[in-house]
Design a protein. Structure first.
Length: 135
């Protein structure tokens, strides 16, 4: 503990990054699963190859917290892969449009439209793009 830091802790933000199996990606794309309804067979075990990742429940209490949470999300995404990968997410708020559009997410339905509330979106990347700040 640093001498000038408060000893209390407060949750200022969170997110989840779930490794998905082939079945998880299929269920997500077909609308049979969402970030809150994945089944055990949709989540990839640590010793299996992940087919894609689902980013969800991104939350921050204020602008400063948002910057920290996005920084941590980027770091987490960069750590989970060393090969080409697809990330899925669903925009649930107005603020989410800016974040997802800026990072290159597009709707799954047509592969080009900007994120809309409730629509499943994806982002294809290489690990080198994560290092340069794409997500």
């Amino acid at each position: 503990q640093e001498p000038d830091l408060s000893k209390s802790r407060e949750l200022v933000g969170s997110f989840k990054v779930l490794p998905l199996t082939v079945a998880g990606v299929e269920a997500l794309r077909l609308g049979r699963a969402s970030g809150t309804t994945f089944k055990p067979e949709h989540i990839c075990a640590t010793n299996r190859r992940t087919s894609a990742y689902y980013i969800g429940d991104l939350f921050a209490t204020d602008r400063t917290a948002k910057a920290v949470v996005l920084h941590e999300l980027k770091a987490s995404c960069a750590q989970v892969t060393n090969h080409a990968v697809t990330f899925y997410a669903r925009r649930l708020t107005r603020e989410g449009r800016h974040v997802m559009t800026r990072r290159g997410f597009v709707q799954v339905s047509d592969g080009k439209s900007a994120p809309e509330i409730g629509k499943l979106c994806l982002f294809h990347t290489l690990n080198s793009e994560l290092d340069s700040g794409s997500i």
